[in-house]
Design a protein around this ligand. Structure first.
Ligand code: GDP
Ligand code: MN
Length: 428
């Protein structure tokens, strides 16, 4: 569950981190008048559960009351990256004389280590800093999942930050305190992410100009105190940032989750496998099985890229879209599919797949091999259709290898599919 910025700031402030003085949260521009001095510089911030608001016009600075009212009028009712702006947080603007830093704590999904990340290049997207100037990031992993950030690590992180910030030398102790406190927030409130970006160095010390907290939904049951502090009666429905593929799948009416980050850099030594499974259970099984078979027989060089669930009875067009989505994703090298036709029909499925492949070949769009198995409802007509299709357009369907019936278990189909794709790439 993601907290709004004002909520996250309430938490950080409670744990000893300075935040800008808030003038209030407003739903109507007219309500602002009495709360801002005529010449007091303020920041207007859209309370939406998404990052990157600054670039999208969701964070604006006003020189005083009149400008704040006019900016608020403009912002309220707008959308920021698809999220309607219904409330604005207004704060005193902070002057960052000594630079802007990034401080974040999260968990490394690969090894579950708590990870502290700091950078003196604050105020920018941290992924961008990682790509363009990785030397400006210090990352410390804590395999012991310590309750309190160890002193030696806190000192090291603070020294790194201080060295990169114009006003850092004078505030190294304060920076150390902020880092330790963000870490404490992460642990105490069962966070997935606790992050300040930017942490501004002012004459009065570091101030968290922005705040992001994502709570681990599995820990919410023991966060009663936090809910009380924030005046929340129940958990909010989690609205995390969907990827392009996830948005596309939602529009087409099927469930889809990307397993890799959207900007994942493809490793040319590895095979990336997209999955079109038959149902949610098979979807999860396929992820595990592809990874396991990759580990056992292919030197760990195989990466499943997605979860998918068509739901009961997809249409031909929906099936085609499920494959189109994966073919359009440049990361995908191979698609493994398993149709276990219970509610849904193998016949509809194969028509969707064949139609998709033919259309893409005709229009010169990207295609990768599709390997899989079909069992269940409407199998005879599905077999007839597929065999006829392969006779009619063998070239267009050369890379479609679908086993019909139960003569092979899915693990064999997956293993053979990966072997086929490895051979294609000329890999051992
Ligand atoms: P985000 O884009 O959603 O992460 O929103 P932020 O709250 O980080 O605001 C975007 C940018 O506005 C920040 O990176 C800062 O550069 C700037 N900003 C926000 N609040 C202040 C402030 O109080 N003072 C100054 N000088 N800049 C601010
Ligand atoms: Mn920010």
């Amino acid at each position: 569950m993601r907290l709004y910025e004002n909520e996250a700031k309430t938490v950080f402030e409670r744990e000893g981190i300075s935040v800008p003085r808030a003038l209030g949260v407003f739903e109507r521009a007219a309500d602002i008048q009495g709360n801002i001095g005529p010449d007091a510089p303020v920041m207007l911030k859209a309370l939406v559960l998404i990052g990157g608001r600054g670039k999208a016009g969701g964070v604006r600075r006003a020189a005083g009351r009149a400008e704040a009212v006019s900016l608020a009028t403009e912002m309220l009712g707008c959308e920021i990256r698809g999220y309607p702006v219904e409330r604005l947080l207004i704060e005193e603007a902070v002057e960052a004389a000594g630079g802007a830093a990034y401080v974040g704590v999260t968990m490394n999904p690969a090894d579950f280590n708590v990870t502290v990340i700091v950078s003196p290049a604050g105020g920018v997207d941290i992924e961008q800093v990682a790509r363009e100037t990785p030397e400006k990031i210090l990352k410390v992993e804590l395999p012991g999942n310590d309750e309190v950030l160890p002193e030696a690590e806190a000192v090291r992180l603070a020294a790194f930050l201080a060295a990169g910030l114009p006003g850092g030398a004078a505030q190294v102790d304060a920076l150390k305190a902020v880092i330790s406190n963000v870490y404490a927030v992460f642990q105490k409130y069962d966070c997935k992410v606790a992050e300040i970006n930017p942490l501004l160095l002012t004459a009065a010390g570091p101030v968290a100009a922005d705040a992001k907290i994502v709570l681990d939904d599995n820990g919410l049951y023991r966060q009663e105190g936090l809910f009380h502090l924030l005046g929340l009666a129940t958990a909010r429905h989690d609205v995390s940032e969907p990827t392009r593929n996830e948005v596309r799948a939602r529009a087409a009416g099927f469930r889809y989750v990307d397993l890799l980050a959207e900007d994942h850099k493809k490793d040319s030594e590895k095979l990336y496998v997209g999955l079109v499974p038959g149902g949610a259970g098979y979807g999860i099984f396929s992820i595990d099985e592809v990874a396991n078979i990759g580990d056992r027989f292919f030197g760990g060089r195989v990466i499943p890229v997605n979860f998918m669930d068509s739901g009961g009875g997809p249409t031909v067009a929906q099936v085609a879209e499920m494959f189109d989505l994966l073919f359009d994703d440049e990361v995908v090298d191979l698609v493994i599919t398993s149709r276990f036709g219970g509610i849904s029909s193998c016949d509809v499925f194969i028509r969707g797949l064949v139609g998709c492949l033919r259309e893409r070949r005709k229009t010169g769009r990207r295609v990768v091999p599709v390997v899989g198995r079909m069992v269940g409802t409407d199998l005879p007509s599905a077999r007839d259709f597929m065999e006829r299709a392969k006779r009619e357009t063998p070239g267009e369907l050369a890379d479609m290898l679908i086993t019909i019936g139960n003569q092979k278990i899915m693990a064999e189909v997956i293993r053979e599919g990966i072997r086929f794709a490895f051979d294609r790439k000329g890999w051992a």
